[in-house]
Design a protein around this ligand. Structure first.
Ligand SMILES: [Zn+2]
Length: 454
């Protein structure tokens, strides 16, 4: 580990980030972030054992003598909710932001936080409610106990804020405790030989969180707890493997030029990762460049993924109905006026490919002319019947038709996600061949430096 130069800068930056949890902090500099979500390699198949209380719970607003302290993070669990149920196995305290007690909720009793008066109220099962407050602080009387939100347990403290549409629910907790919930939810249950992949994911997720602290500051939190940022399942999703991976990599992040990198990640690259700018216009980072994700024997490391290869198809009618929905939703005039008439689909073809082989432009023939869909929009337009995004931009098309009408479209594809940066299933494949987390990370973020921040 290096402790000079860039790290000193980093430590100072982190101290600012930690101190700036106060409302008077200046707004953050905009940070490029992935608009799309990583997908978990596999869902956690079984409930995890009861998690042990987090040992590191002391907040700190200033760096300690030997380096910066562990930062805290605020997760948006809900935004605009009409109401939310809260309970605690040891009961809960409800206070206003100044610390004045508003209610004491008995153990096991579920109260409901809803809009009331000019703010929010917490309502008992019997109907009695607290005086309204714009913000409610909800804590357990014991630091180790959870707060249940709609039945799901969370570590740390819960804040309910009145927003324009309803209730915003925020979970505030130490970074490392948060990461256990992320790594467990992102990677699911994994075997011992795959542990280095989880350690790599822990470093990626820590770097992502630090880089994007205060991303949603205007809404009162740092990151969403969903695929919009990275999936955080709370205490209920924690696994022993996730806990070990976070503890073994405590405080370690990836940097470039002394700053945390943009740690893009996704499920499965399909055999070759993408260059940053292929997917995100501004992502011209030296450490985000296309590389083969393939072992010496020619096997793709992410061939262990259930989404390594996929197939989708649409009947002529399903294709027409899909495009009728998705083309008008394209941002701006991307689709042009021709997209106004989707009464008939005459052709769909790949009109350009990116250097890594992904679809760079899709051209759709419609009655009023061709519509060109650029690479980053393709997965939103050519949606499967499920309505979700198309799995990746790595595909070939087979078109069947009679006359000037497409009667069937088939896509044969590879991978899941945007393909920039860390390939989660590739990391699993690499761990199985004995690669350590440092080597795995170097493969997906070439030139980035692994450093210990706290
Ligand atoms: Zn891969």
């Amino acid at each position: 580990m290096r402790w000079g130069g860039p790290l000193a800068t980093l430590a100072a930056a982190l101290a600012v980030a930690v101190a700036s949890c106060t409302p008077t902090a200046p707004p953050p500099a905009p940070t490029p972030v992935p608009p799309e979500t990583p997908a978990a390699p596999s869902p956690a198949p079984s409930p995890s054992p009861p998690p042990s209380p987090s040992p590191d719970t002391a907040p700190s607003a200033a760096p300690e003598a030997q380096g910066p302290a562990e930062p805290w993070i605020r997760l948006g669990l809900a935004v605009g909710a009409p109401g939310v149920g809260i309970s605690g196995p040891l009961g809960l305290r409800v206070t206003d932001p100044a610390g004045a007690s508003l209610a004491v909720i008995p153990a096991g009793e579920v109260w409901r936080v809803t809009i009331g008066g000019t703010g929010l109220v917490a309502r008992a099962p019997g109907g009695a409610s607290t005086t309204p407050s714009a913000t409610l602080e909800i804590t357990s009387p014991s630091p180790g106990a959870f707060v249940q939100v709609n039945g799901r347990p969370y570590r740390g403290a819960i804040t309910a804020l009145r927003d324009r549409a309803g209730v915003t629910v925020v979970d505030r907790l130490p970074m490392e405790s948060y990461l256990v919930g992320v790594v467990s939810a992102e990677m699911g249950r994994r075997s011992l030989v795959e542990q280095e992949a989880l350690r790599a994911q822990a470093i990626v997720s820590r770097t992502f969180a630090l880089r994007n602290l205060r991303r949603w500051q205007a809404q009162g939190f740092d990151l969403y707890a969903t695929v919009a940022d990275q999936v955080y399942g709370g205490a209920g999703s924690e696994t022993p493997e996730g806990r070990e991976a976070v503890a073994a990599t405590r405080g370690r992040i990836l940097t470039y030029g002394g700053a945390p990198i943009d740690a893009f990640f996704y499920s499965t690259c399909g055999g070759r990762t993408a260059d940053g700018p292929e997917v995100f216009r501004a992502a011209t980072r030296p450490y985000l460049r296309s590389a083969a994700d393939v072992a010496e024997d020619g096997t793709a490391y992410c061939s262990v993924s259930p989404r390594f290869r996929w197939h989708e198809e649409w009947s002529g009618e399903a294709l027409r109905a899909t495009l009728q929905r998705t083309l008008p939703a394209l941002p701006g005039a991307a689709a042009g006026s021709a997209a106004g008439d989707v009464s008939e689909v005459r052709d769909v073809r790949v009109s350009s490919r990116t250097p890594s082989g992904r679809v760079g432009q899709l051209t759709i023939g419609l009655p009023r002319g061709d519509v060109h869909v650029e690479g980053p929009q393709v997965r939103r337009v050519l949606r499967p019947l499920s309505g979700e995004l198309l799995r990746s931009n790595v595909f070939t098309l087979t078109v069947s038709g009679s006359g000037h009408r497409v009667s069937r479209l088939a896509a044969d594809g590879a991978g899941a996600g945007h393909g920039v940066g860390f390939c989660q299933w590739g990391a699993v494949g690499r761990a199985r061949t004995g690669q350590g987390h440092a080597r795995i990370l170097a493969a997906y973020y070439p030139g980035a430096v692994l450093e210990r921040l706290y």
